[in-house]
Design a binder for this molecule. Structure first.
Ligand code: MN3
Length: 199
């Protein structure tokens, strides 16, 4: 996935659409992956179509070096490359309990940095609730291995902030509206179950 370049193709979900039930419903996963993500992929390809000099660039390069892109496609690439990157990361780091690989090291790291897992969840939830409008809350590491919780607006990514992303929650309404309606807090509580630190 990381080495993909133009024309970008949608990365398949690494589990079934219903794998995250009952926390995230099947229809939301179908629409979110097959339609929302597909649209970002299509629009990214459209933005790059007339610029063969960028057809060898990876998603990360397109995101990290916006100033090297022609000004007239900069916004489209920022929004759509970001949309592809963020969704790939979101889908990749969720899983059912059954499929989750060993994350004890991550839990230990989080406990060391935030006191314990419950403190972390409280802080993460507050941050995710604080996103006004559309965006994401991320657990990231800085270059010294210190963990931080940050938010990004729209389809901005932590890459341009020089953080290494660890996990992310999409808090755009399309991520939860069908099941949780306008109750983002309930969605966040459910999302923890399918996140890397889910029980
Ligand atoms: Mn989304």
């Amino acid at each position: 996935m990381e080495q993909q370049h133009y024309p970008f193709k949608i990365v398949p979900l690494p589990y079934d659409y219903n794998a995250l039930e009952p926390f995230i419903d099947t229809l939301t996963m179908e629409l979110h992956h097959d339609r929302h993500l597909q649209t970002y992929v299509d629009n990214l390809n459209k933005a790059l179509a007339d610029y063969p000099m960028y057809h060898g660039w990876t998603l990360e390069q397109l995101i990290r070096y916006p100033n090297k892109l022609p000004p007239n496609i900069r916004t489209a690439v920022r929004n759509n490359a970001g949309g592809v990157y963020n969704h790939n990361f979101y889908f990749k780091t969720m899983s059912s309990q059954k499929e989750r690989t060993q994350t004890e090291n991550l839990k230990q790291w989080i406990s060391n940095e935030f006191g314990n897992i419950e403190n972390f969840k409280k802080e993460f939830k507050e941050k995710a609730l604080s996103v006004f409008g559309s965006g994401y809350a991320w657990l990231v590491s800085d270059k010294y291995g210190r963990l931080k919780i940050i938010t990004t607006a729209n389809q901005d990514t932590p890459l341009t902030l020089n953080f290494v992303p660890i996990m992310v929650i999409d808090v755009w309404e399309h991520a939860y509206y069908l099941k949780h309606y306008n109750k983002r807090a309930d969605y966040i509580d459910d999302w923890f179950h399918v996140s890397l630190i889910g029980q």
